[in-house]
Design a protein around this ligand. Structure first.
Ligand code: DHB
Length: 391
């Protein structure tokens, strides 16, 4: 089998790149270890930056997102029992849209298949060879156990945070991994319940962080900061609702209880791989970098990466010029580090560190007070939350 771009991973990076390349007349094949049902059913975050929405809309995959997604013109930061609104519309003229990642993936898969694109679900990559030559090869095993071989000119490593492609960049001599672990996790629930708030609430509380989000008028998504060793069994429904009320209820806010139907514990880390390319291999999305979930930057960064890559690949296939490809890391990385900083900043301002003293908590409250009191502080937060335009 032969194609122009071999894409490893049918996540946001891989599927969107395949779509953007198709619009530029470039062929690709996507290889994905998991089944289509698994990819389309895995619950992830749900906040799309304005630039992500614009790109999906302008490339013809935004119809359902506009029908079923919900535009949010602000968020609330809650601390000391009171809410403080960050008005995105007023501060930036931009907004975010709450539309779950797996719905974006469903839309991209449907469009790719309608366009005659090839996505091989259940195909496990067993080897990638020749990435420093002009004729790289991807070996894989199909869902039925048969071995396959994909010859291509360029390769995308879009295989998520448990990536195997990242290891193809030689460690120490070429690759530097920047890594930070956090001493807590998020406990995420989906509940059949009415919305507790019109906008997302990010709450700082002495017991730890809580986030009130939403999916539909009848399904809500909430998160609690928990110990990283906690499991789903440690948190009964009663304990979850009690803790959400404790951390969020107060002036102008009261959590509405409901029936919990999904519970997950999410790990927390910051990671950046530099460079994001080696020879004919280009990493994008979580394979190249992971952000803590506070601020929901993960999918949006994957989108920004492949927007850069699609242009560079188009230039290469049209003219043979490699300057755009060679500049991929330098072009994509500043946005990655700005998102790392923003996610870390939101995390550090809102979460309780296990060794935090009374001083640390008071200092956090003062930081939140400083940010929300100042128009410049609110604008800084808003600009980063809605994200810089892609184009
Ligand atoms: C959601 C997740 C986030 O990490 C966030 O910052 C906001 C919302 C969500 O899943 O809805």
């Amino acid at each position: 089998m032969r194609t122009q771009v071999g894409i490893i991973g049918a996540g946001p990076a891989g599927l969107l790149l395949a779509h953007l390349l198709h619009l530029r007349g470039i062929e690709s094949v996507v290889l994905e270890t998991r089944s289509r049902e698994d990819v389309e059913g895995t619950i992830r975050a749900g906040v799309l930056e304005q630039g992500t929405v614009d790109l999906l809309t302008d490339t013809g995959v935004g119809a359902r997102l506009h029908r079923e997604g919900h535009q949010h013109n602000g968020i609330e930061l809650r601390f000391d029992g009171r809410g403080h609104r960050i008005d995105f519309a007023e501060l930036t003229g931009r907004a975010v849209t709450v539309y779950p990642q797996h719905e974006v993936l469903k839309d991209l898969i449907a469009r790719r298949l309608a366009d005659g694109g090839e996505i091989r679900f259940g195909a496990t990559v067993t080897a990638v060879e020749g990435i420093t030559t002009e004729t790289p090869v991807i070996r894989f095993t199909d869902a039925d156990g048969t071995s396959g071989l994909l010859r291509c000119e360029l390769i995308l490593g879009g295989d998520g945070s448990r990536t195997v492609t990242r290891a193809l960049i030689p460690e120490a001599t070429v690759r530097t991994d920047h890594f930070r672990q956090y001493p807590f996790a998020w406990f995420g629930i989906l509940a059949e319940a009415p919305p507790s708030s019109d906008e997302l609430i990010y709450a700082n509380h002495a017991n730890g962080f809580a986030l009130i989000s939403t999916r539909t008028p009848t399904v809500q998504r909430h998160y609690l900061q928990v110990d990283p060793s906690d499991t789903v069994e440690d948190w009964s429904d009663d304990r979850i609702w009690h803790e959400l009320h404790t951390r969020v209820d107060g002036e102008g806010a009261e959590i509405k209880d409901g029936t919990i139907f999904a519970k997950t514990v999410l790990g927390f880390r910051s990671f950046v791989c530099e460079p994001m390319q080696y020879g004919r291999l280009f990493l994008a999305g979580d394979a190249a970098h992971t952000v803590p979930p506070t601020g929901a930057k993960g999918l949006n960064l994957a989108v920004a990466d492949v927007y850069v890559l699609a242009q560079a690949m188009e230039r290469y296939f049209r003219t043979g010029a490699t300057d755009g490809l060679d500049a991929y890391t330098a072009t994509a990385l500043p946005r990655v580090w700005r998102a790392q900083h923003f996610s870390w900043w939101m995390t550090s301002m809102l979460h309780r560190m296990p060794d935090a003293t009374g001083f640390d908590h008071k200092r956090q409250l003062a930081e939140l007070d400083t940010v929300t009191r100042s128009a410049a502080g609110r604008a800084l937060l808003a600009e980063n939350y809605v994200g810089a335009p892609l184009y």
